[in-house]
Write a protein that binds this ligand. Structure first.
Ligand SMILES: [Zn+2]
Length: 85
């Protein structure tokens, strides 16, 4: 007797490009938060893995502050940035 209620569906959309992925024959799998993610290709898996949780985090005031600081430094010190000594 098979319990299919909680089984992974036979096909799931690729999280990156939404293409249906065959979970039974999928070679491109990644684990995140204790669940598997299935991808249509290695490129999509890499794209998923490179999106850390940090990349998705919205910029707070600190991020905006650092960005403004970076721009100000670029204006006064050039692209190389300030030197410590
Ligand atoms: Zn894909």
């Amino acid at each position: 007797m098979e319990n299919t209620a909680y089984a992974t569906p036979r096909t799931v959309p690729c999280p990156i490009c939404q293409m249906p992925v065959d979970t039974q024959n999928c070679q491109y799998v990644a684990q995140r938060d204790g669940r598997p993610y299935f991808f249509c290709a290695e490129g999509c898996r890499q794209a998923f893995l490179s999106q850390g949780c940090c990349a998705k985090r919205p910029k707070g005031w600190w991020g905006r502050y650092l960005e403004r600081l970076g721009r100000a430094n670029q204006q006064s010190f050039g692209a190389a940035g300030p030197k410590c000594h």
